[in-house]
Design a protein around this ligand. Structure first.
Ligand code: GDP
Length: 131
């Protein structure tokens, strides 16, 4: 996902350019907005964390771009491309270093395993929307 901060700050094009230039193929994509219920379900794993309410408010405050990306070693390579959760700790040239503003508003989400990528892909897309 390109998160609401990235969309608000005009970074859709810049981030997609970094992603496709790094060799990821876009197999599904949409411009949409999460409801509170969507965001609570998507981030259910974090529901006991102190920032859960803030995370849900942030992720629902404006539109996002969701996508399914394909590449060999995609999960690990995408995590490397986006950089650390906190942009202050992210390596130079990573998407979060370039486009994120804080640990909360960190521009992009990437799945942390192939298993979660499949679950998260199915959360956003119907089978006929995946190419
Ligand atoms: P990620 O896998 O790098 O996205 O990081 P996590 O799974 O640890 O956290 C999920 C998301 O929760 C992050 O991408 C941030 O948007 C948000 N988040 C993480 N830590 C904090 C925090 O301390 N405060 C707030 N408000 N949000 C946070």
């Amino acid at each position: 996902m390109l998160k609401p901060d990235a969309v608000e700050n005009g970074h859709i094009g810049g981030i997609l350019d970094k992603i496709t230039s790094a060799g990821f193929k876009i197999v599904a994509m949409k411009y949409t907005q999460l409801s509170k219920r969507d965001a609570q379900a998507f981030y259910a794993i974090h529901k006991e964390r102190p920032f859960f309410g803030e995370l849900v408010d942030f992720m629902t405050r404006g539109p996002i771009v969701s996508a399914i990306l394909e590449k060999d070693n995609a999960v690990e390579d995408f995590r490397a491309l986006i950089g650390a959760t906190n942009p202050a700790d992210a390596a130079e040239g990573t998407i979060r270093k370039l486009f994120a503003t804080s640990i909360a508003e960190n521009a992009v989400h990437g799945s942390d395993s192939d298993e979660n990528a499949a679950i998260e892909g199915a959360f956003h897309f119907a089978g006929r929307e995946i190419f």
